[in-house]
Design a protein around this ligand. Structure first.
Ligand code: SF4
Length: 321
């Protein structure tokens, strides 16, 4: 059951309170690029999954890690740094990819392919990680796939779109789990093509979680961090940004003279099921951050045996650099 708190006093200066509590609790605040701008701005460290996993592992001086992202990211922080209290503003902040690949179904898939090497995208639960040989993120996925001995067959999950992109990049044959990100799958190639036609000087940059027909239109494909770096270093001036909307805030800060255009998406339902904002990431709010720091709840906890099994494939990834 989700925790229900009494409403936060609206007179509170939440920024000041969060600052006070972060000092009192010796907390480090990690935030993903898909968080709301206010949360990105107050974080001690901002990054993608790989950068934040490293920040969590290296948070030696902190007693508390407050993870402003989704559940599997906070779980990863606990796996790599178990002596810290790891809290998340909203325990219900999930991920469509992680939900689509539970550990028991991965185990059954592995049993049908016992000779395969299991590479799992970091967007999965600790229990699913524990069933994997190695983890990857979108930043290092190509390197991870190339580290698997040539000729060794690969099971890749849970993102079929990232998997298909990696098959193209590396030439490796892989069996793909049929999962997808509910946000990146809503981007419309027809609307992107029309937008590109109206803006011929704008480059379309896309995250590899997008579907193949969308990636075919892209001038550059990369992880969230790579997209950010591209916009900063590229000589162009205008970009259609094919990923979750939160990154635009940091892109504007780092490349203030560039024009950024949000990716067009399919309007699938009246409720926000078809948009470029991740409903899971957006569950985190300033109020919930304040409450999490005040109460040191909700916490990420897991059995030590599970943590150790989930750590192994993460360590293999981190050892690749
Ligand atoms: S944007 Fe997609 S992959 Fe990222 S947390 Fe949201 S649902 Fe998961």
């Amino acid at each position: 059951m989700p925790t229900v708190h009494p409403p936060v006093d609206p007179r509170l200066d939440l920024f000041a309170e969060i600052d006070r509590l972060r000092r009192e609790r010796k907390a480090v605040i990690l935030a993903h690029y898909y968080q709301d701008p206010d949360i990105q701005d107050l974080a001690d460290h901002l990054g993608d999954s790989l950068e934040l996993a490293k920040r969590a592992r290296d948070a030696k001086d902190a007693e508390v890690i407050l993870f402003c992202g989704v559940h599997f990211m906070a779980e990863t922080a606990k796996i790599v740094n178990p002596s810290k209290v790891v809290i998340i503003p909203d325990l219900e902040a999930g991920c469509s990819l992680a939900e689509q690949c539970p550990a028991d179904r991965l185990r059954a898939w592995k049993q049908k392919h016992p000779e395969h090497h299991v590479v799992m995208y970091i967007n999965c639960s600790a229990a699913t990680k524990a069933e994997s040989d190695i983890i990857c993120t979108s930043s290092n996925a190509e390197r991870v796939i190339r580290s698997v001995p040539a000729g060794k067959p690969i099971l890749f999950g849970p993102d079929k779109n990232l998997g298909a992109f990696l098959i193209k990049k590396t030439g490796r044959q892989m069996d793909l789990w049929p999962g997808a990100c509910m946000v990146h799958e809503t981007f419309s190639s027809q609307k992107i093509a029309a937008l590109k036609a109206r803006n011929p000087d704008a480059k379309f940059i896309a995250h590899p979680e997008c579907e193949e027909h969308v990636l075919q239109l892209a001038d550059f494909v990369g992880s969230t961090s790579k997209l950010l770096e591209f916009v900063q270093k590229d000589a162009g001036k205008r970009y259609i940004v094919g990923t979750e909307t939160g990154i635009l805030h940091t892109m504007k800060k780092h490349a203030p003279h560039k024009e950024l255009i949000e990716v067009p998406y399919e309007d699938r339902t009246a409720a926000c099921q078809g948009c470029n904002a991740c409903p899971h990431m957006k569950r985190n709010t300033l109020e919930k951050i304040y409450l999490a720091l005040r109460d040191l709840q909700p916490r990420i906890e897991m059995a030590e045996e599970l943590r150790k099994r989930a750590l192994l494939p993460l360590e293999r990834m981190l050892a690749l650099g």
